[in-house]
Design a protein around this ligand. Structure first.
Ligand SMILES: N[C@@H](CCC(=O)N[C@@H](CS)C(=O)NCC(=O)O)C(=O)O
Length: 219
């Protein structure tokens, strides 16, 4: 498989973690979204959404939209599942996962920020305030839900990595980039600390990607 992505795109980061958790091999094809490569005709032909990630399967089927890619990976490789077995835990896991995808990622995304800048004159400070507001709001909800429902001693709320951690860890990485104060989010930070020790998450980290500036020029 071939993953078209960008090292610090949180949706690409999600899919890298997901592929690693499922134990699947893949090559990385970097797309420099900071330079607009996703808008090229060639890339649009590959992914009509003109964004990353896009996962090309071994039979050259192109999959887009990170949550749909996660669903496909789960259907093709049910074990280990991205979802808890227990029905109540599964419901909470979905609640937390979809809150990140819909309430944080949707408004805090490159095209939204570019629009705020070009149409409303938002400068860097205004864009930071925008991202911090929406990230903080939903992170508060996640933290409250976790502290209310997850009272056990386990390092992770559902005992092992699930779709929630697949979305949370890239989101916290992104929150730090935007200088969100994570001090109030003790439960979320503990989950992050634990995931950073796991191989699937370590290999998916932006700093480990071939197009990371730390790894030399993009290929
Ligand atoms: N809903 C999509 C969002 C994809 C998305 O927003 N990707 C960003 C990077 S995280 C992107 O390609 N941004 C560049 C652009 O939209 O021009 C998904 O979950 O895959």
């Amino acid at each position: 498989m071939r993953l078209h992505g960008y090292y610090r795109s949180s949706t690409s980061y999600r899919v890298r973690i997901a592929l690693n958790l499922k134990g699947l091999n893949y090559d990385i094809q970097p797309v420099d979204i900071a330079r607009g490569e996703q808008k090229s005709d060639d890339f649009r032909r590959l992914n009509p959404h003109a964004g990353v990630p896009a996962l090309v399967t071994d039979d050259e089927t192109v999959l887009a939209q990170s949550l749909a890619i996660l669903d496909w990976l789960e259907e093709q490789n049910p074990e280990p599942s991205f979802w808890p077995e227990n029905a109540r835990e599964r419901q909470i896991c979905r609640e937390l996962t979809y809150a990140i995808a819909t309430e944080i990622h949707a408004p805090c995304n490159l095209p939204v920020l570019t629009y705020l800048e070009t149409e409303f004159g938002a400068d860097q400070e205004a864009k930071e305030a925008w991202n911090q507001r929406w990230m903080h709001k939903t992170l508060c909800g996640l933290e409250r839900r976790l502290s209310r429902e997850m009272t056990g001693d386990a390092a992770l709320p559902f005992g092992r990595p699930t779709a929630f951690e697949v979305l949370l860890i890239p989101q916290l990485y992104n929150a730090r980039r935007w200088k969100v104060d994570l001090a109030p989010f003790q439960a979320l930070r503990a989950i992050d600390d634990h995931c950073q020790t796991l191989d699937a998450f370590k290999r998916a980290h932006p700093d480990e990607q071939p197009d990371s500036p730390d790894k030399g020029p993009a290929t």
